[in-house]
Design a protein around this ligand. Structure first.
Ligand code: SAH
Length: 395
């Protein structure tokens, strides 16, 4: 593949690429030499014409190009792409001992900007969120099939990020048939059913795997409350590990229906209460009724899609943690999460500390929680970190 154009940066704007940050903002570009099409490979040079990176061109986005390689001799042709996909898949190979739901490629963190690939048993789900990976879709799918042996690949390219790239939203089968039924997966011995066509994200919150296991380790004989349960991942992990009973709340009737099916699939007999409704209201009701729990999970949706929403989001995170702390038995445990990238680990800890103070309880932080290792964070692209949580003990 020969690059069709050169992107020349303005003086002083080469620093972030030299520090291996993969994003080139429109404001850093002095001129484009040639006529690259969306997604085309471009050679990025500094004002002094020195090579900086090979990147994929995104004419519509404020992130005007995303760097794929910082080495001049490493031209990202199809063979390079295939090797990079294979390496990303190989890095996760050991996880197959625990699960067949694995994020195989996590965008910038795997040096494949804009590409998300999740595996559910024999089914792959691909999200092509940037012009560069969209233009190379055929080569990417070939590489994935070769690296995994999977026979089905379904595309679920997230609408919002594609819009920023000037790309239409796209869904459909790229290999094999469109999945008509949910895909069965097993994680740490628990069976789940993943609807890759209609489910959230690519169908399942793969990123919470280690935290489901952490909860399971604490669950034996306990009364568990799982807020924002979606299809009940945390609840099923806890019940399978011997929780005495679980109360799970979500506003989505469809998600709760899947949760109930999964409960049957795992032959769980302990009491499982699936409650459709608003978590904020339910927490008030539990408080009024004098209900108490040993273990509470708070895993709400992304309250802060961007920094503009930080104020409202931090208030909501605080309100939830405060209400949960008041419902915890002494020596109970709280797992509280935020998946908002705009809320830093430090800020989240401060917000939860505020809730502890207002709840007038003593609490210890036992652990910081994060997404599993198949959702790594690039050391040179810390913006990729999004899921954070705290495991607290109420004294
Ligand atoms: N904890 C889940 C993922 C949560 S996603 C898991 O591990 O699988 C967020 C969920 O919150 C969604 O299922 C959504 O339906 C639900 N939700 C959003 N706002 C809500 C509210 N105010 N009350 C109850 N559920 C809500």
């Amino acid at each position: 593949m020969t690059p069709v154009a050169t992107l020349e940066l303005r003086p002083g704007k080469e620093r972030s690429l030299q520090r291996r940050h993969p994003w080139i903002y429109a404001g850093a570009v002095a001129r484009v030499i040639g006529r690259p099409a969306p997604g085309d490979l471009v050679r990025v040079v500094g004002a002094d014409q020195r090579f900086l990176a090979w990147a994929a061109f995104s004419p519509e986005s404020t992130i005007r190009a995303r760097a794929w390689s910082f080495l001049e001799h490493e031209i990202p042709d199809d063979a390079w792409l295939s090797a990079r996909v294979a390496a990303s898949v190989a890095r996760r190979a050991h996880l197959t001992r625990r699960t067949d739901a694995i994020r195989l490629v996590f965008g910038e963190a795997d040096s494949l900007p804009g590409l998300i690939v999740d595996r559910y048993a024999d089914q792959l789900v691909v999200q092509l969120m940037a012009a560069g990976v969209d233009a190379r879709r055929e080569a990417i799918v070939d590489a994935l099939v070769t690296a995994t042996g999977a026979s089905r690949v379904y595309e679920r390219s997230d609408a919002a990020s594609r819009q920023r790239e000037g790309l239409p939203s796209r869904e459909g089968a790229l290999r094999g048939a469109v999945p008509v039924a949910a895909v069965d997966i097993i994680e740490d011995g628990v069976r789940y059913q993943v609807d890759v066509v209609r489910g959230h994200k690519t169908g399942f919150y793969i990123d919470q795997r280690d935290n489901r296991r952490r909860l399971a380790q604490l669950a034996a004989g306990k009364r568990v409350l799982n807020c924002f349960c979606y299809t009940g991942g945390f609840s099923l992990a806890a019940l399978s590990a011997g929780a005495a009973a679980a109360w799970s709340i979500d506003s989505s009737a469809e998600a709760l229906a899947v949760a109930k099916t999964q409960q049957a699939l795992n032959s769980i007999d302990s009491p499982a209460h699936w409650i459709q409704g608003d978590v904020f209201d339910a927490l008030k009701r539990f408080a009024a009724d004098g209900q108490r729990f040993d273990l509470i999970v708070l895993d709400p949706p992304k309250f802060a899609p961007s920094v503009q929403h930080l104020d409202r989001a931090t208030r909501a995170y605080k309100q939830l943690s405060l209400a949960a702390l008041r419902l915890l038995e002494p020596d109970g445990r709280l797992l509280t999460f935020s998946c908002s990238g705009a809320v830093s680990v430090d800020l989240f800890q401060k917000v939860v500390a505020g809730a502890v103070i207002d709840a007038r309880v003593d609490a210890q932080m036992l652990e910081r929680l994060a997404a599993g290792e198949d959702h790594p964070v690039s050391m040179t692209h810390p913006e990729g970190e999004y899921l954070k949580g705290l495991l607290l003990a109420r004294l």
